[in-house]
Design a protein around this ligand. Structure first.
Ligand code: TXA
Ligand code: MG
Length: 313
């Protein structure tokens, strides 16, 4: 059974908001492409996004907000961000900014990074939905991994079938191209992804945008992936002396932390970055239990093997 398409009305939008508040997934129209939206503050709901898309890795997701006020509860807004927000929001411009210590967005939504990508979509249905949920919405494009981004509700239905709880139909997307992503977390504003807002328009406000490579070369900036400082040993059945043990499943023995005591991969994904960070604070060596490769296990294993790479590689 595929999920039926629901015309976006005040009533269906309210229903969609309740689904999201309960941890479900809703496909929502935006001015760029359709997004697969979940409560960004709910790790398990965010894990379901990756599951539904069949993504073999955890890319950080955009948190969608109503505007500057909601953004200010998540990230540090500097003066460059203020200028860009007043020029282009709501609209197809995503800004990557440092997350606040009190930011409620789940670590999984940002793939463990210290920064968050945020944008305020310029679409009445998306705006009404975010307002009704009253929380930031994590939303990648609503297509299976490796397929084209959907610009109609029917595309979403064809691609995701029954892997989404509700599809809100707001008609075809105006832009049909994803938002432009600009990072303001480094020394200079950097263009991370060209998109529906032209570079020239952005440069008219903030001056030249640098390429991401230039910025990544400078220390500590604009990391696309969170990397723990500790050494990781994967597929460990039991910890060795001096190792913290990140376990998975029941009967884990001497676990320092357990990704999911019941062996649930959605729960494990939701806990992955937060637990790695927590162990990394107090341990130099972390042993990680074997994680099955099915479902979200593929993305979890991908992330773990990157995190286990020798440092500086
Ligand atoms: O138009 C759009 O942006 C659509 C609609 C639904 O809003 N969304 C979208 O999301 O295209 P997605 O997940 O397909 O792309 C998000 C992009 C990726 O290139 C990701 O790497 C980047 O934003 N991104 C997200 N968080 C980031 C972060 N903290 N640092 C650097 N890049 C980030
Ligand atoms: Mg996409």
């Amino acid at each position: 059974m595929t999920t039926p398409v629901a015309a976006a009305t005040a009533q269906s939008t309210q229903q969609a908001a309740e689904i999201i508040r309960d941890g479900g997934l809703v496909a929502m129209p935006t001015e760029t492409v359709y997004g697969l939206a979940a409560d960004a503050t709910n790790g398990k709901a965010v894990a379901r996004i990756y599951e539904a898309k069949g993504r073999p890795s955890f890319n950080p997701l955009i948190s969608h907000v109503t505007g500057a006020d909601m953004a200010a509860r998540l990230v540090e807004i500097n003066t460059v961000a203020e200028d860009l927000i007043s020029a282009f929001w709501p609209g197809p411009l995503t800004l990557v900014l440092p997350r606040l210590a009190a930011c409620p967005v789940s670590q999984l939504a940002t793939a463990g990074l210290d920064t968050i990508a945020i944008r305020a979509p310029d679409h009445p249905v998306a705006r009404a939905l975010i307002e009704a949920v009253d929380r930031p919405l994590a939303a990648p494009s609503a297509n299976p991994s490796e397929q084209l981004s959907p610009t109609t509700a029917q595309h979403v239905q064809q691609g995701l079938g029954d892997r989404v709880d509700m599809i809100l139909d707001g008609g075809p997307c105006r832009a049909g191209l994803e938002s432009t992503v600009v990072s303001l977390a480094g020394e200079h504003p950097a263009l991370l992804r060209p998109g529906a807002l032209a570079r020239d328009d952005i440069e008219a406000v903030v001056g030249p945008l640098v390429a991401p490579d230039t910025v990544i070369a400078s220390p500590g900036m604009l990391k696309r992936h969170y990397a723990p400082k500790a050494n990781l040993r994967l597929n460990a059945i039991t910890p060795k002396a001096g190792e913290a043990f990140l376990a998975f499943g029941p009967n884990a023995g001497a676990a320092t932390a357990n990704l999911s005591e019941s062996g649930d991969l959605v729960e494990a994904a939701a806990n992955l970055f937060a637990m790695l960070r927590q162990l990394d604070e107090n341990h130099d060596r972390i042993a990680v239990a074997p994680i099955p490769l099915n479902g979200l296990g593929e993305a979890i294993n991908d992330r773990l093997s990157r995190a286990a790479q020798p440092k500086g590689a």
